[in-house]
Design a protein around this ligand. Structure first.
Ligand code: ADP
Length: 375
């Protein structure tokens, strides 16, 4: 069990990697996107996966690992897929209508194409499955919440797992004794408070909409705003869904599609872009302060994912004014670029600030191999 074919299937794209779990060596990697659109390589997910398999016809594959966003209450660890598990993932579609159905298409296509191989689902929610009840529950009617599975699940768990382990290894300290805040800042973005390797709070909730300001998602908002817009602006449920998930965040505030566009616009002197970044950073600092309190102290603050690994401005702005928490950045170290874990805090600062690259595909491959080895 060494070579795992990792599939990350989105609504119109399939990202894949073939990776050796022992050496982390990548034998093949790529993406097929715009599935079903005119001119795309693939008319549907099944043909996309058939083409991917054609691309590495000669390669050895021992197992398939699938990224599945929402595991609900049932899937709290990586799980070997059979018909019953497939139905269980399907049953979670209402909780994650944007994310789980494509993952299921990937599972079906891969099981049809590779029936002889074991396939494993690795869930973004699993790392947060044991969130303490006080962090997990929303303050609404308990019975209603339980009946509908309404609670905070949290996401980006695969990333938090590998990044927290890498951070501990970098610091050369046992993960079990560290209190850290990890900021996973990509197009989607979330924060997690991790004590001794366990998630004790996280900013995304029942869905990946809650929490930080993201590329196109609002993050935290007073729920009464939705009621107000329904009553007074005539927006219906679907329109609110599109507004909050696709037309908000950095895009809604500035018209720029992502962080790189936003920082370029700021350099060009665009006022609304500056304001959008200020709102983004204000929310980040708000969560850093909150999670320092939740953890009862802090050993490390860790930046990861596209924005966290690449944006010096965001890292610097996120800790501005937080010296009282022990967070002091070394701007020379912060300005350096490298693809490996590194420390960017001042050498005499009490809390380590780290930049740690994430690698969700490698982690999915490792968990796939681990669950099959334990079988
Ligand atoms: P996803 O959530 O899609 O996995 P990524 O982790 O790849 O996203 O992060 C994508 C984000 O990273 C985008 O907002 C992109 O603009 C941002 N990004 C990448 N490189 C830079 C950079 N050099 N400066 C600022 N933002 C960057």
């Amino acid at each position: 069990m060494r070579s795992v074919f990792v599939l990350n299937t989105g609504s119109s794209s399939v990202k894949y990697r073939v990776v050796d779990v022992e050496t982390a060596e990548v034998a093949a990697t790529g993406v097929i996107d715009r599935i079903g659109e005119p001119g795309s390589e693939a008319r549907d997910h099944r043909s996309a996966i058939a083409q991917i398999l054609n691309r590495f016809a000669g390669l050895r594959i021992d197992a398939v690992g699938h990224r599945i966003v929402h595991g609900g209450e049932r899937f709290v660890t990586a799980t070997v897929i059979d018909d019953e598990v497939e139905r269980g993932i399907e049953a979670l579609a209402p909780l994650a209508p944007l994310h789980n159905p494509p993952g299921l298409l990937g599972i079906r296509a891969a099981r049809a194409a590779l029936p002889e191989l074991a396939q494993v689902a690795v869930f973004d929610t699993a790392f947060h499955a044991a969130l303490p009840e006080a962090a997990r529950r929303y303050a609404i009617d308990t019975e209603l919440a339980d009946r509908h599975g309404i609670r905070r699940y949290g996401f980006h768990g695969t990333s938090y797992r590998i990044v927290s382990e890498r951070a501990a290894a970098f610091l050369d300290r046992p993960l079990g004794e560290l209190r850290m805040i990890v900021l996973h800042l990509g197009n989607g973005a979330s924060a997690a408070a991790i004590a001794g390797g366990r998630s004790i709070d996280t900013s995304m909730g029942m869905t990946p909409l809650e929490g930080l300001v993201m590329g196109t998602r609002s993050g935290d908002i007073d729920p009464a705003v939705l009621l107000y817009l329904q009553r007074n602006a005539g927006l219906d449920t679907d329109q609110l869904d599109v507004l909050l998930n696709r037309h908000s965040g950095i895009l809604g505030l500035s018209g720029h599609i992502d962080m790189r566009g936003l920082t370029d616009a700021i350099d060009a002197g665009e006022e609304s872009a500056r304001r959008a970044l200020d709102i983004y950073l204000h929310r980040l600092r708000h969560y850093i302060g909150a999670y320092a309190a939740v953890l009862g102290g802090l050993d490390a603050l860790v930046f990861t994912a596209g924005v966290g690994e690449n944006s010096r401005e965001v890292r610097s702005g996120a800790v501005e004014g937080l010296e009282f928490l022990g967070l002091r950045i070394d701007e020379t170290a912060n300005a350096e670029r490298s693809g490996v874990a590194r420390r960017i805090s001042a050498s005499d600062a009490p809390v380590a600030i780290l930049v740690v690259p994430t690698d969700e595909e490698l982690q999915i491959a490792r968990e796939t191999a681990a669950v099959l080895a334990a079988r």
